[in-house]
Design a protein around this ligand. Structure first.
Ligand code: NAD
Length: 280
């Protein structure tokens, strides 16, 4: 029987720790708010934005919501970000992705001050993480490190295989595991012999974006399996990139979907916001 890594519980612990820290910072005169910008009315994005605002309220920091219409021009969004970059009370700026097609995401990400880049997507934040300097680390990979550490799973010296090389999950994930002294292999859509490579993993991190793609043929007996994927199956039920029922019996630990990696992303976003308030 595998350990089921409880992301809901661990994220709650983190938010409770942050709540205490925010109260302490407040007592020392340090406060701040997260600005959340949404362009358009994508329903999934609206849920994420609402959850972020609720998390801010829970830990006791402010949140400023900017709900802009779909037809907002790129220059208008850049103008708003420029204003928020200089606003003292705003300690974090988050632009909910994806943006409408007529707005260049890279340009928007690069316009956010690295001091307020709580999503950790700015090239300066990514560079700092790569060379081990101080900066914001992207939230989902940072959350996975916390899941492993708080579940007392040893990372040093372990073979870690990451499936996926996206800028928001796969690449930063691999870098963070390297920073934790794992021996890391990154695999992607052009990788040959994927099952054989995955079978070498002590820790397998799956961010492939394909529902229930990874079955027991990819998993070594006793491996730790982290499932980043979030999808809805044909019955509208949430599922991950991993066939949970098939993999769980051979894994030593595994994250469920929902309730695994998902809740950690917002907890780590809050962590970045608190770090930003503390640094001021
Ligand atoms: P993405 O589509 O940008 O990247 C998927 C990666 O998988 C690519 O790098 C690609 O090379 C690789 N890939 C695709 N097919 C492959 C194959 N057959 N063999 C090997 N590699 C293959 O996705 P993403 O943004 O990295 O997200 C991955 C998943 O994680 C998605 O399901 C997404 O919804 C989910 N996600 C969850 C959270 C969270 O908070 N839990 C956050 C971000 C993303």
């Amino acid at each position: 029987m595998a350990l089921i890594i409880d992301g809901k519980k661990i994220s709650q612990q983190i938010k409770d720790e942050l709540k205490e820290k925010v109260a302490e910072l407040k007592a020392n005169g340090k406060t701040g708010a997260l600005a959340v910008i949404q362009v358009g009315t994508d329903p999934a994005s609206s849920v994420y934005v609402r959850n972020k605002k609720n998390a801010c309220a829970y830990i006791g920091i402010g949140s400023l919501a900017y709900e802009l219409p779909e037809e907002t021009k790129e220059e208008e969004l850049l103008q708003l970000i420029a204003e928020l970059n200089t606003k003292e009370e705003v300690k974090g700026i988050l632009v909910q992705l994806p943006l409408p097609k007529h707005i260049c995401e890279d340009k928007i990400i690069q316009s956010i001050s690295p001091k307020k880049d709580v999503d950790g997507f700015h090239p300066q934040s990514v560079g700092a993480m790569t060379i081990g300097q101080k900066g914001f680390v992207s939230c989902t990979p940072a959350g996975i490190i916390q899941l492993l550490k708080r579940s007392r799973i040893e990372i040093t010296g372990k073979n870690c295989v990451v499936i996926g090389r996206s800028n928001i999950v796969g690449k930063p994930m691999a870098l963070l595991m390297l920073r934790e002294n794992a021996t890391v292999t990154i695999t992607h859509s052009k990788t040959k012999n994927l099952p054989e490579i995955c079978k070498q993993a002590d820790i397998l991190i799956v961010a492939i974006g394909k529902p229930q793609f990874i079955g027991s043929a990819y998993v070594k007996e006793g491996a730790v399996v982290i499932d980043v994927g979030i999808h809805r199956d044909e019955n509208n039920k949430l599922c991950g990139d991993v066939k949970f029922d098939e993999v769980e019996p051979i894994a030593s630990a595994i994250t469920p979907v929902p309730g695994g990696v998902g809740p950690m992303t917002i907890a780590m976003l809050m962590n970045n916001c608190v770090q930003s308030i503390e640094d001021k």
